[in-house]
Ligand binder design. Structure first.
Ligand code: GDP
Ligand code: ZN
Length: 458
């Protein structure tokens, strides 16, 4: 199955200084050699060396591109196979020329994620590490990147392996005990099972506790900016994002759709959603926007409610405050540069003072205190540096919970002195469920699904 050789463009397509084509598989060196004119024939090149040369059309003899070629021989490569990387000039034409020629040889186009899949299938990395490669590519903040990198390096795998090791030892004890079923030995084994299951359960709990933080780090805190039309939502988003993605206008209701922007505030990654003005409306176009806003509000980890301080409170705003009651929310009193009209008593009834931030987006006032309020809400000592083993993948979280459940059952059974061979089943199950995190005994369809999330060339 892995005997064929694959190739893909591994850099982003578009204009750039250089582009890289990656070739992996048993024929990668000989096939590239056929197209390359260089001082050292590639088949005689040592591993991890770089060679200057020209890609030549073997039929026409025409020089098509000037390249640098890197050779990495098996097993010292990402896929553990022979790998050749061809650096070409940037831009679409150069890479296309080389790719076209390559694909006429005994090399086929790689599927998305196929290089990483090979690394996994060849045992170079486990499944949780492969999944972290996706996180790495998609990370939106420094911290998310560091967390993913630690997982690629195997931090999570190591901890899971430690727990599995404990469970295997326990299983070995049980096995011995089944052969010598004297009574004292049996109750001793029950105690041991209780001890070990409790220990592994505690460790799983620690990992699960990181899950929430992991989600925040990977995706950013989903933050919905809501409020009536024209209160300054888009202006706020622009100020926070410091570019002009959302269109700011004077016509109420012009933000029809939900606009997303990733920003980092005091090192906290936020996914900002600028929603259309939430209000009951008969306008069909706007209604779609309003539906999306509702959805955005429901999904949000944090809501920024923007009110116009220069106007009395509107009934739509009362309804909105009712709707988001009990949610993590910061109220922004915008347009403080204009004469004050808003009845603060009503607003305070809904929100204690510390969550109300007076602001003028126009005069750029109050931005700092908003940013401070956001970081106070989320980082009141919650996330600390150092240990970067975070669980952030829903698949991993589900498996950790399953394993925990099996261990609770083992613990309770041991406590009730149920025959040891019955308990063995639960302990083994926990061991298997933890193994699935690393990709042991998982089905092909799951593997395909995971790797299909990758971009081409990875
Ligand atoms: P949205 O509909 O809630 O997204 O509101 P916009 O961001 O499109 O802003 C509507 C109008 O209010 C624009 O003309 C903004 O320039 C103006 N605006 C926004 N913030 C302020 C502010 O703090 N003071 C004043 N005076 N005008 C503002
Ligand atoms: Zn807007």
């Amino acid at each position: 199955m892995l005997s064929d050789t694959i190739a893909a463009i591994s850099t982003a397509v578009g204009e750039g200084g250089i582009a890289i084509i990656r070739v992996s598989g048993p024929d990668s060196i000989v096939e590239v050699e056929k197209l390359l004119k260089s001082r050292t024939p590639l088949s005689q090149a040592e591993s991890h060396t770089v060679h200057y040369g020209h890609i030549v059309d073997p039929e026409k003899g025409e020089h098509l591109e000037e390249v640098l070629v890197t050779v990495m021989r098996a097993p010292r490569s990402f896929t553990t196979e022979d790998v050749v990387e061809i650096s070409t000039h940037g831009g679409v034409i150069a890479v296309k020329r080389v790719m076209d020629l390559l694909l006429q040889t005994n090399v086929r186009l790689a599927e998305p994620g196929e290089f990483t899949k090979r690394a996994f299938l060849n045992g170079r990395i486990d499944l949780s590490q492969a999944e972290a490669v996706i996180d790495l590519i998609r990370s939106k903040s420094d911290r998310a990147f560091s967390v993913a990198l630690k997982q690629v390096e195997g931090n999570l795998s190591r901890r899971i392996n430690e727990l599995r090791h404990t469970l295997v030892e326990t299983l070995a004890h049980i096995e011995v005990n089944i052969d010598y079923p004297e009574h004292d030995v049996e109750s001793f084994t029950s105690e041991l099972i209780k001890d070990k299951s409790r220990h592994v359960m505690d460790e799983i709990d620690k990992l699960l506790k990181t899950a929430e933080e992991g989600k925040i780090l990977r995706e950013g805190i989903t933050t919905a900016i809501v409020g009536r039309p024209n209160v300054g939502k888009s202006s706020l988003l622009n100020t926070l994002a410091q570019d002009n993605r959302a269109i700011v206008t004077d016509i109420p209701g012009t933000t029809r759709d939900v606009i997303e922007e990733f920003v980092t505030i005091n090192n906290i990654p936020l996914k900002l959603l600028d929603t259309a003005g939430i209000r009951e409306t008969m306008d069909v176009v706007e209604k779609i926007g309003v539906e999306r806003s509702r959805h955005a509000v429901n999904e949000a980890d944090l809501i920024l409610l923007v009110l116009n301080s220069s106007e009395p409170l509107h009934e739509d705003e009362l309804a909105l405050m009712e709707q988001i009651r009990g949610r993590q929310c910061i109220v922004i009193l915008n347009k403080m540069d204009l004469p004050h009209q808003l009845d603060m008593d009503i607003v305070r009834r809904y929100y204690p003072d510390e969550l109300i931030v007076p602001m003028s987006v126009k005069a750029q006032e109050g931005i700092d205190s908003l940013e401070e309020s956001i970081s106070n809400l989320f980082f009141s000592g919650k996330i600390e540096g150092g240990d970067l083993t975070y669980v952030s993948n829903v698949r991993h979280i589900a498996l950790l919970k399953k394993a925990r459940k099996s261990l609770v059952e083992a613990y309770e059974a041991a406590d009730e002195l149920i025959p040891i061979d019955m308990i063995q089943i639960d302990v083994r199950m926990a061991w298997e469920q933890l193994g699935e995190i690393l990709g042991e005994a998982v089905g092909d369809s799951l593997i395909d699904q995971i790797f299909s999330q990758f971009c081409l060339g990875k």
